[in-house]
Design a protein around this ligand. Structure first.
Ligand code: PLP
Length: 396
C-alpha cells in the first residue's frame, strides 16, 4: 500500500476504534414507511420523506411526462443552455408558494448554503449563526470567509450581546435553521425578526425540515408564525417533505437577480433535470392542497403523541416539538449499539454522533412520517423501551 493509502487506513482505524466509522445501508424500497433491507421489512424512522410523497403516483407521473418531453439531463448550467420553461415554471410556483416576489432553484440544500452565504457575505462581513445550525450552513460560512459570531443554541440574549458588541462596518447576517435538523426544536423566529429589525441586520432562514410540515399551506415555520415579511432570505429544500430533489431561495426580486449573478453553486453546475422539475410541480400542488393539510395534521398528532409517550417512558427528547425526535443515548458506543439493537428488532434509526452533534449529546434521531400508522409508532415505542430496559446507561 502507498503511504497515502496507509495514512487513510490509519485514520479509518481511529474512526472504527472510536465507534465513529460510518456504514452505508442499502434499502431495497425507496423511502417507504417500511423499508426492505436485505429482504427484511424494517420500520423506517430515519428518513426525511415526512409526508410520504416520494412514492406518490402524481409525482411519478409528472416526472415521467417531463422526462418524456425533455429527456434525462439538461447537459448545461442555468446560464448557458440549462434553463427549460420548466425551471422558470417551478421558480414562479415556489415564489407564489412563499408569497415572495421571486425564487431561484439550486441543486441541493447543501449546495444552496455553500453558494448563497458566500454570495451574500465576504471577508469584511459578519455572520451570526446558531451553534446547532446544519453543517451546510457552517460550510457556507467557512467558504464566505466572513467573521463567524456563533451564538448559543436559541439563546437570544447571547445573540443580542454579539450584535451589540460587533461594531465593524461590514454587512451583518443572522442565519438559523427553522426546525433544527438533529434536535427537532424550533428557532425563536418572532424574536429573531425583532432583533434583526432593531439592529438593522439581514435575516436568512433555512426551512429544510419545516417545509411541507408547518404552515397552513406547508410553507414552513415562518408562515406558521406569521413572520415571513421579516425573512430576507428564505431557503427551502425539495428533497425532504417534498419527496423530490433540489432546493431554492425565495425573496425580493433584487435578491434573486443578485444570486443569479453571484451564487457560484448556481452558476457553475448543471441544472436540475426535467423529471425532478416535474415532480416538484406535482408535490407543490399536493402540499398546498387539502390533502397536504390532512397529511400535516396526521403527522402533527403523531409526533405529539410520540414525544409525550417517550417522555413518559423516561427518554429525554430535548426540546423537540416536531417530526424530528432526538432520543438521547450519550456515548458513541452506546448510541451505536442502541441503534444496532433496534435494527435487529426491525427498526431503522439514525445514530447521531460527533461531529454532527456535540460530545455527550449522542442520540438516536427518530423522524416520523405522516404515513406511519399508530401501530407502527406503538411498535417503535415498545422496542425502544425494551432495548433501553436492557441498557446499562438509560437514555435519559
Ligand atoms: C437545515 C438543513 N439545511 C440544508 C440541508 C441540506 O439539504 P439537502 O439534503 O437538500 O442537500 C439539510 C439536510 O439535512 C438541513 O438539515
Amino acid at each position: 500500500m502507498s503511504n497515502f493509502h496507509q495514512e487513510l487506513a490509519r485514520e479509518l482505524e481511529i474512526l472504527k476504534a472510536n465507534a465513529l466509522f460510518r456504514n452505508i445501508i442499502v434499502t431495497e424500497t425507496n423511502a417507504t414507511a417500511w423499508l426492505e433491507i436485505n429482504g427484511r421489512k424494517t420500520l423506517n424512522l430515519a428518513g426525511n420523506n415526512y409526508l410520504g410523497l416520494a412514492n406518490h403516483l402524481a409525482l411519478k407521473q409528472r416526472a415521467a411526462l417531463a422526462l418524456q418531453k425533455y429527456g434525462t439531463g439538461t447537459a448545461a448550467s442555468r446560464l448557458v443552455t440549462g434553463t427549460l420553461p420548466l425551471h422558470a415554471e417551478v421558480e414562479s410556483a415556489l415564489a407564489v408558494f412563499q408569497g415572495k416576489e421571486s425564487a431561484i432553484l439550486l441543486n441541493t440544500g447543501y449546495s444552496a448554503n455553500i453558494g448563497v452565504i458566500p454570495a451574500l457575505v465576504g471577508r469584511h462581513d459578519f455572520v451570526f449563526s446558531d451553534k446547532l445550525n446544519h453543517a451546510s450552513i457552517i460550510d457556507g460560512i467557512i467558504l464566505s470567509r466572513a467573521k463567524l459570531k456563533r451564538y448559543r443554541h436559541r439563546d437570544l440574549n447571547h445573540l443580542e450581546q454579539l450584535l451589540k458588541t460587533t461594531t465593524g462596518s461590514g454587512r451583518k447576517l443572522i442565519i438559523t435553521d427553522s426546525i433544527f435538523s438533529m434536535d427537532g426544536d424550533r428557532a425563536p423566529l418572532k424574536e429573531l425578526v425583532q432583533l434583526k429589525q432593531q439592529y438593522g441586520v439581514v435575516l436568512m432562514l433555512d426551512e429544510a425540515h419545516a417545509e411541507g410540515v408547518f404552515g397552513p399551506g406547508g410553507q414552513g415555520l415562518a408562515t406558521s408564525e406569521k413572520v415571513t415579511a421579516g425573512i430576507d432570505v428564505h431557503l427551502g429544500t425539495l428533497g425532504k417533505a417534498f419527496g423530490c430533489f433540489g432546493a431554492y431561495v425565495a425573496g425580493q426580486k433584487i435578491l434573486i437577480d443578485y444570486l443569479r449573478n453571484k451564487c457560484r453553486s448556481f452558476i457553475y453546475t448543471t441544472s436540475l433535470p426535467p423529471a425532478v422539475l416535474g415532480s416538484i410541480l406535482a408535490s407543490l400542488e399536493i402540499i398546498s392542497s387539502t390533502a397536504g393539510a390532512e397529511l400535516r395534521k396526521s403527522l402533527h398528532s403523531k409526533f405529539k403523541w410520540m414525544i409525550t409517550e417517550l417522555n413518559r417512558a423516561g427518554f429525554a427528547t430535548l426540546d423537540s416539538d416536531s417530526q424530528i425526535i432526538p432520543v438521547l443515548v450519550p456515548g458513541n458506543d452506546h448510541v451505536l449499539n442502541f441503534s444496532k439493537k433496534l435494527l435487529e428488532r426491525g427498526i431503522l434509526t439514525l445514530p447521531v454522533r460527533q461531529p454532527t452533534v456535540p460530545k455527550n449529546t449522542e442520540r438516536i434521531r427518530l423522524s416520523l412520517m405522516a404515513t406511519h400508522s399508530m401501530e407502527d409508532l406503538k411498535f417503535a415505542l415498545h422496542q425502544l423501551t425494551s432495548v433501553n430496559g436492557r441498557w446499562d446507561t438509560p437514555g435519559t
